[in-house]
Design a protein around this ligand. Structure first.
Ligand code: BES
Ligand code: ZN
Length: 892
């Protein structure tokens, strides 16, 4: 891939006069606070670094500019033709650009053999970016530190001076200098090890293949591991803190099978000799795909059969598969620039489900894809403040914010749509060709489309560019014409309901998409019928869509990235096949999702969506309940402004859930109960607690009493429910009991469970206390769980917002570097806001604050609040009347 001059300036790319070929890096971190380094304030540990970078001079220059951030460069020297050393004249650091420019007294030319030597120091920070420290307890309860890395997207420059752009690939040789009792891990296996004159252990690793800087990793700590081998002979290990390695068993099994699965699916062997999966106690994201040395949060890797929930198992399988997919999609073939981040993240998200579905066919993974990934994509992309999948990224600060539901979820959803359109076999063939063609290189979105077009013989480029370059997605409006024909119209779906039209004059024109339409109908309910909708408005013969008196459902299997609206009479007809299960689970789920989104946008009456909701009273499918319960929660937060309106809704919700609640009960019917039922039980019971079902609450409280005395008396899956009931219906006592559980829990998953329930307390004073306590005592990575549990408590909305206003600068200081964390705080603190005045307040507050890297998130949150406020104004009266009528008629 070549970058033109124009894109170069746009993107703040480094000058292309010099390119790295091989980095030899040597790093020596301090792992203890001592008198000298300021034990008093415990602020920062440091590391010593040496970087010997063999480069290619593309055009003659005496100035080398590369990335460096928070590094103190002590010395820079150039070695010319292995014979002469020339010291740099000056080293200028530019904090804004995050670069260092090194000027030499003579011009370096392409014919020379050039090695640049740097000696520098850096900061082993506690902000989970770059080369950073993570803490754990030693055998005597003392705090110890490990050193580890998180370089994606742009923090390798905090660890060594480098060309920190994904397209500038190079080989690396890492050497670590550490106390003799510590273990060292990196992308490759060690090649040599010795003790140096200061008694330190020096570990040198094999040279890596050609790769991007953001995928490099080095870790120094004290670990145990378990290991296995894939059938192709790759060594796979899971590393944990000492004494916990068995907790890696489940992940190890998943990793071994998944690595083989991908090698076969992509028809390319995993290229490194080993694959390490490492649990890091302090970790900003969920996991990071460093080539051959994947790092994880503990909750994304460790499973304790006695204390882990089914949700946790799903999550571990998902995350492991996702990171292993990156070993091909991302590591072997890398996006040319962050604009194409979705090629990494969208693909890994899709491919993870492909692998999980292969490993655990009974889990219903693709069905869950629709209620989680697909639905998150459609939710975010319905905002005017959304962005296209291929998004312009100019500076380092912009990159973090695009690790969002558009890159991940919309990316994965358009891939699923395309795979369905081309057939999985043809799609797979295309992927194999693409990966082989661009191995050890970089690619852009168009490169993928071109290969797929060639391999499949279908017009992939023209269709898919519309989906990746335009913001948003369409709603297909279908109506019946007297003449016996159906009319299909498309325009962008916006949750603000603002209607862009292609047909009427005036107003903004909606973009157009090429939409694969799949149809099931009463006469053809299993085998969908497919065609493409290309125009803004098309007539379709009834032989394709069925007759008017029949029901029909478009977007069969929810495989296309769009919503569908029908005439009200058709929505009515669709209630029956929902109720009796004639429609597949995915299609029922699709109708639930679309009807709710449409009423929120004002494109159909809320009462019609409530009618649809009521048709789910016999529903058994987990994913449908995920969607229904999330819709209940939205109704609650938008329309539940008074106690009486909330009680009215609670009655309706609990009534709709009565059948499923009864079938599930509190205990599993059998040992080998299905995965989705194990997920469903806590989901429904927790909703019944939140919506104040008296029976559920009283059982939960009894179980809590037992749980206090005997942990094993409550299954891991139900602990969250039981604790939530106790805290939300209790007072200081129960709050303290859960706090105590946090303090004594061994497994991080359990600590997180406690944080997620502390926020359920009805007492504002306890919420405030929890926040003060959490800021001090909870790992930085987990504080968000506490904030979001308070933020989702109707009584806590104001508390978290006041907290955010008061502490913004501290939050910014602690979380602003890996700022996708900061954006989740903003979302958590505004999630339940639903009035115009709250939207104004949020907007006004951030106007005067430092918000770099959060700008788009703030716009999205504000827009979402206004959508809710409008919805309330428009439909409050009719909604309450409908509910009153329903509750009376059914004596709920
Ligand atoms: N590449 C990301 C990790 C990452 C995220 C780096 C944000 C920098 C900023 C990794 O592959 C990833 O996507 N992790 C996910 C888990 C996945 C299962 C969705 C995560 O961290 O949540
Ligand atoms: Zn990823």
């Amino acid at each position: 891939m070549t970058a033109t001059n124009e894109t170069q300036t746009n993107r703040h790319l480094l000058p292309q006069t010099v390119k790295p070929k091989l980095y030899k890096l040597q790093l020596e971190p301090e792992l203890e606070f001592s008198e000298q380094n300021g034990a008093q304030d415990k602020k920062d540990l440091k590391f010593q670094g040496k970087a010997d970078i063999e480069v290619e001079i593309i055009s003659p220059t005496n100035c080398v500019t590369l990335h460096a951030l928070d590094l103190e460069i002590v010395q820079a020297t150039v070695e010319i033709d292995k014979s002469r050393f020339v010291k740099a004249e000056s080293v200028r650091c530019d904090n804004e650009q995050q670069t260092a420019s090194v000027v030499f007294p003579e011009t370096l030319s392409p014919s020379q053999h050039i090695i640049i030597h740097f000696e520098y120091t850096g900061i082993l920070n506690d902000q989970m970016v770059g080369f950073y420290r993570s803490s754990y307890k030693g055998p005597h309860g003392e705090t110890r530190y490990m050193a580890t890395t998180q370089f994606e997207p742009t923090d390798a420059r905090r660890a060594f001076p480098c060309w920190d752009e994904p397209a500038i690939k190079s080989a690396f040789e890492i050497t670590l200098i550490v106390p003799p009792d510590r273990d060292c891990l990196s992308n490759m296996d060690p090649v040599s090890q010795h003790i140096n004159e200061s008694g330190k252990k020096v570990v040198q690793f094999q040279k890596t293949p050609i790769m991007s800087t953001y995928l490099l990793a080095f870790i120094i700590g004290e670990f145990d591991y378990i290991e296995d081998k894939t059938k192709q002979g790759v060594h796979v290990r899971v590393y944990t803190l000492k004494g916990s390695s068995e907790l890696g068993r489940f992940a190890l099994q998943v990793a071994v099978k998944t690595l083989s699965f991908f090698a076969e699916f992509f028809d390319i062997a995993y290229p490194l000799p080993k694959m390490d999966l490492v649990a890091i106690p302090d970790f900003a994201a969920g996991a990071m795909e460093n080539w051959g040395c994947v790092t994880f949060r503990e909750t994304a890797l460790l499973i304790d059969p006695a204390n882990s929930s089914t949700v946790a198992r799903s999550r571990v399988a998902e995350v492991v598969a996702h990171e292993l997919a990156h070993q091909w999609f991302g590591n072997l073939v890398t996006m040319e620039w962050w604009t194409h981040l979705w090629l990494n993240e969208g693909f890994a998200t899709w491919a993870a489900d492909l692998a999980v579905d292969h490993l655990f066919p009974s889990w219903g993974t693709w069905l869950q894809f629709v209620s989680s990934t697909f639905s998150a994509a459609l939710r975010l992309d319905s905002l005017e403040s959304s962005h296209p999948i291929e998004v312009e990224v100019k500076k380092a600060g912009d990159v973090n914010e695009i690790f969002d539901a558009i890159s991940y979820c919309k990316g994965a959803s358009v891939i699923r749509m395309l795979a369905n359109y081309l057939s999985l076999e043809s799609f797979q063939k295309g992927l194999q060709v693409y990966l082989k063609k661009f191995s050890y290189k970089n690619a852009a979105t168009d490169d993928l489309w071109n290969v797929l077009e060639e391999v499949s013989g279908k017009p992939v480029f023209s269709m898919m560019s519309l989906w990746t370059r335009q913001t948003g997605y369409p709603v297909v409006q279908c109506s019946y014409e007297q003449s016996g024909r159906w009319i299909l119209e498309q325009c962008r779906f916006l949750s603000s309901g603002y209607k862009q039209s292609n047909t009427s004059s005036g107003g903004e024109k909606s973009p157009l998409w090429i939409i694969p339409i799949g149809v099931v109908s009463s006469s053809q309910s299993r085998e969908p019928h497919y065609f493409l909708l290309k125009e803004s408005k098309e007539q379709v013969d009834s032989s394709l869509l069925g007759k008017e008196e029949e029901w029909l459902k478009l977007n069969a299997n929810q495989s296309g990235v769009y919503r569908v609206n029908y005439p009200l009479s058709m929505w009515e007809k669709l209630r029956k096949p929902v109720r009796n299960g004639e429609l597949s689970s995915t299609d029922r789920l699709g109708l639930s999702m679309d009807s709710f989104a449409l009423c929120r946008a004002g494109m159909m009456p809320t009462t019609c969506a409530l009618d649809m909701m009521a048709s789910f009273e016999n529903e058994k499918e987990y994913t449908c309940w995920v969607d229904l319960i999330s819709n209940f929660e939205s109704l609650h937060s938008v329309f539940g402004k008074t106690d009486s309106s909330r009680q009215l809704m609670d009655k309706f919700f609990c009534y709709i859930m009565r059948n499923i609640a009864q079938q599930l009960g509190w205990r599993s019917a059998s040992e080998d109960e299905e995965h989705s039922v194990r997920l469903l039980r806590p989901k429904v019971l927790r909703a019944l607690v939140d919506f104040k079902d008296a029976n559920t609450i009283s059982t939960a409280k009894q179980l809590f009493e037992q749980y206090i005395h005997d942990k094993s008396s409550v299954a891991a899956d139900l602990r969250g429910v039981v604790m939530a009931a106790a805290v939300s219906e209790g007072g200081r006592k129960e709050f303290d009991q859960v706090l105590h559980m946090f303090e004594t829990a061994a497994l991080n998953e359990e600590k997180v469970r406690c944080l997620q329930t502390l926020g359920c307390t009805p007492q504002v004073s306890l919420m405030k206390e929890a926040l003060e306590w959490g800021w001090q005592h909870v790992r930085y990575q987990d504080f968000i769980y506490l904030v979001s549990s308070i933020g989702s408590n109707p009584k806590g909305v104001e508390v978290v917002w006041e907290y955010m206003k008061e502490h913004w600068s501290e939050l910014y200081e602690r979380y602003g570097k890996g700022n996708f964390m900061l954006t989740s705080f903003i979302r958590a603190c505004t999630a339940q806001m639903t009035s115009f005045s709250e939207a104004d307040q949020v907007e006004a507050f951030f106007q005067s604050k430092q918000v770099e890297g959060c700008e788009r998130t703030i716009r999205q949150c504000v827009e979402r609040i206004r959508v809710s406020a409008k919805w309330f104004e428009r439909d409050e009266k009719a909604t309450m009347e409908w509910l009153q009528h329903y509750v009376k008629e059914h004596s709920c």
